[in-house]
Design a protein around this ligand. Sequence first.
Ligand SMILES: C[S@@+](CC[C@H](N)C(=O)[O-])C[C@H]1O[C@@H](n2cnc3c(N)ncnc32)[C@H](O)[C@@H]1O
Length: 262
Amino acid sequence: MAAEHGKIPNLTLRLYRDLADWYPLLTPVGDYAEEAGFYRRLFEVHCKQPPQTLLDLGSGGGHNATHLKTTLACTLVDIAPDMLALSRRLNPECEHVQGDMRSIRLGRVFDCVLIHDAISYMASRDDLGQAIATAFAHTAPGGVAMFQPDFVSETFQSGAEAGGSDSGGRGLRYLEWRWIPDSRTDVYVTDMAYLLRDVNGAVEVAHDRHIMGLFPRAEWLELITEAGFQPLAVPFEHSSYSNTGHEVFLGLRAAVDKRNPR
Ligand SMILES: C[S@@+](CC[C@H](N)C(=O)[O-])C[C@H]1O[C@@H](n2cnc3c(N)ncnc32)[C@H](O)[C@@H]1O
């Protein structure tokens, strides 16, 4: 298993490197509108001040940001230069920074911090704790951080799904196959096969192995608390996820820091 602690296996993933231009066909930007609306409402409800700024860690193609930027000034951080280039084309008005969500420190705070599905790449408790600590370091007093793992231990479902879309004369179809290695309980594997059809009709086949972290709900809440937040789990309201038990985790940062009240 290639997910040794401290390494960044996703940097070798073709999807975020030489295949990055195909990413919008895998997961079209329009599909993010409903969930981005849900995140915006949660930020507005839980921030102690009207939210104006957002930091998105692991921002990928910037598909959430493109919806959120209508009311929030967005700063987008990703480890993969090719994904940042993709997002810059979609979101030229947003600030983009290359960095690792486990260690980056921008030296400023934001009303809202979002770590969307990229948090699932935190494949050890240490890595997850570091990413949550990064979120805390960038959350303004009275602000909110949000984390959305694809699965927690209690909701994980092994299995396979297919999808994809066409755009600009090109087409992509994928098979996503999720499974847990016998020797592990803290990670799952997502094997992704991509069929990439170019404008001339030629098809290339590619494969990536994504190693994702899998932690019990209680461990999430514990790590969010340890970072300094008040934790909250909220049911994910989305037309494709009704009755799946999916939740988003919030970290609420106190308006006044009890350890440093001034
Ligand atoms: C599925 S994409 C995120 C898509 C994003 N939610 C959007 O709205 O377009 C996952 C991203 O996480 C990034 N990523 C993975 N590990 C990271 C890390 N340690 N620090 C920063 N970004 C990371 C990858 O480079 C990739 O771009």
